[in-house]
Design a protein around this ligand. Sequence first.
Ligand code: ADP
Length: 577
Amino acid sequence: MLLTLIRRYSKPYSPQILAVIIFQLASTIATLYLPSLNAKIIDQGVSKGDTDYIWQTGALMLAVAFGQVLTAVAAVYFGSRVAMSMGRDLRRDVFRKVSSFSAKDVNAFGAPTLITRGTNDVQQVQMLMLMGLNFMVSTPIMCVGGIIMALQEDLSLSWLVWVSVPLLVAVVGYLVVRLMPLFRSMQKKIDAINGVLREQIIGIRVVRAFVREPYEVKRFGAANKDLTEVSVKIGNLFVLMFPAIGMILHLSTAAVLWFGGERVDSGEMEVGALTAFLQYLLQILIAVMMGTFMAMMIPRASVCADRIGEVLDVEPSIHNPDAPVAPAEKKGRVEFRDVTFRYPGAEEPVLSNISFSAEPGQTLAIIGSTGSGKTTLVSLLPRLYDVASGDVLLDGVPVTELDRDEITSRVATVPQKPYLFSGTIEHNLRFGKTEASDEELWDALETAQAKDFVQEKSAGLNRRIAQGGTNVSGGQRQRLCIARALVTQPKVYLFDDSFSALDVATDARLRRALKEKTRDATVIIVAQRVSTIADADQILVLDNGRIVDRGTHEELLETSPTYQEIVESQLSAEEVA
Ligand code: ADP
């Protein structure tokens, strides 16, 4: 997967990658050339007292060094640009893919892992690409070229290369092999800490209410201790790593000087050749070290690439039809024909044999106990899920044959859990219709009984909303979500228990205003309170995923035992209150 990803994402950048390779090649050759020039100055200039030669070769050396710096900078510049761009493209594609997921696809992964895959995992792959682009060309050339150049300087010292390079590979390799599983386990421990932390932050009120802080502190402490232990183990190995590498480098230096010195003494080798040999050996060792580090990143990045690939390879379970049908009319007529639905992995259907139709200008209400399938039912129209059998039709066309934009432009949902995005009130209201005028926004707010509390603050429409809308009350959030739906002026409104956080008086006022505004639209209301739906044109009584009764409030009061039960339970509750 890693290779596939790299190949796919490097394609648009092949010219830049070519530039990186060329610059790196130039810079590496210059780096390899410098020590031999140095040797020439010492051996042919200094030892023979030839000042002209020193000046000439010195000038050449300066030019080569300058060229080396320029090409190295250019290589890193392009390399980093390409790696970052590839990372950006990958992240964008993961994001787009996840955005196209249906609720079922998201549930299959789980939101936290999708977040990690889109951020941390992409970053690991990006890091490898960065390292790869910066070192992939220079490292092997430096190794091979360094060895050739070193041998050219002095053949009899070559055994030092054959000893020190494998020694370095062995030591660094051993440490890397020990480090790898620790890195992997560290990733898991970080996941664990994230998990505990997220749960505690989200559940902080419950934790307080049940005085569970000591227990939770302990739980976090355990996860934290786990992570610390692994980190300390990694630290211990790193403590070893740098001195070990340093020791090998310094021992090699000492050995070159020792054995080379003897050869210089006996006149078999010149001083310049000795310094050049030394520099080449160090270059080789450093190249080997970088190569090993890079090799170390590959397994980790390939695990991440697999995880990213899993996301990218998903064929969203709900996708746009290839040849969407254009409906003849756009009135907002909704019809369910013998619909059965079960959640993925569940044995029992949540909805069975649901048939009804809702006409424009009418209000259809759905009532039933918790868990009877009301939310599931309304989520089938905007295709959050697809039915197992039967048909959901919008203006006579099955929703599976409609373009999704076609559906969303005609159907507005006010979800059970009202959700607002971080930004301003205005930004949230324009969510479904960016070109809406300010009057339209205020109009929607007025209908949703939200005008007063928006006007109350001087910021008005520009008031900041925190992520999720947590800085306004539950009831205010519901009303803002209702206003958001109103702004889009859809043909079909789905109110999923959207009035539950409102007091009875506000609820009544809101519904009166809504009736005005939604005169031509189809309104489907899921509700718990009988008072909310008493004036609906048709009420469906849902029990255990089946429609047990249907009719108006008055009809149901006479004929439906289930409805009577609901009414009675609420009446007595209100009477007691
Ligand atoms: P209601 O809105 O009437 O309270 P729901 O439609 O939310 O009922 O839920 C109906 C049933 O479907 C419940 O028994 C619930 O356990 C199940 N259910 C709801 N959402 C999911 C889901 N995402 N995955 C599996 N089962 C679910």
